[in-house]
Design a protein around this ligand. Sequence first.
Ligand code: NAD
Length: 251
Amino acid sequence: MRLKDKVAIITGGGSGMGRATSVLFAREGAKVAVVDINAAGAEDTVRRITSAGGQAIAIRADVSNSEDASSMVSGAVAKFGGLDIIFNNAGIEGEGRFTAEVTEEQFDRVIAINLRGVWLGIKYALPELIKRGGGSIISTASIAGIIALRGSVAYSAAKAGVIGMTRVVAAEYGRYNIRANCICPGFIHTEMADRIAGGRPYTEEQTHRLSLFHRFGEPEEIAQAALFLASDESKFVTAQPLVVDGGWASK
Ligand code: NAD
């Protein structure tokens, strides 16, 4: 088991990549605090873990809210006795409008959840990771933080911000044996992807355009990247954006 007896917080654990990662980390021996603003989603993930013999608790929190972010960390520590890994993965997609059409409220909401929420998770996790003598911080950025995607001004700014924040945290806390990395997914088949499609099936042209394998990624493929970054197998890897996009950004 690659995460035996490690304690992990996973935000956005009630769906998509967060759920796949929660299930995989638990299978690899971690005790998982599954955090989501959608309590029912988090509880469903926990049921999947515990029915397979794993250990997990559900915590309802809005990652953009300081009190919630602080209590998700203290709740995980109270239950499992410490913290080794945080995967700041919760995020929203925004409205898909061009820059001049985005309202201030829409811009602020995407930044609050996708950027401030990641910072709050890191901020409250750090003292607990230091107490443990080290740990792994992983955050979900996006290929949108690297290449231009029309209709994603706030989202791209937030995800590029996560990449920058990751480097700063790695530089500041490396001396505590804390690593910070982020994952830049390409197009991954989750509920978010279904919402972006607006209920319409994706065309063959779209699937060809969005990866070199002519298919979308699966949440489990992001979970495997997160497992690598969480485990000791990546113990000399820090400050990195790990692109998991089926080669989309190379086109
Ligand atoms: P998803 O919608 O399936 O899951 C996101 C989860 O985050 C949901 O359970 C949702 O309830 C939760 N969430 C939303 N706002 C929250 C908040 N304020 N506090 C706590 N939880 C909140 O989406 P997903 O595709 O699994 O997305 C996971 C991450 O991956 C996001 O950060 C997203 O931006 C990023 N991402 C997704 C794709 C993709 O193609 N799906 C590509 C690149 C990056």
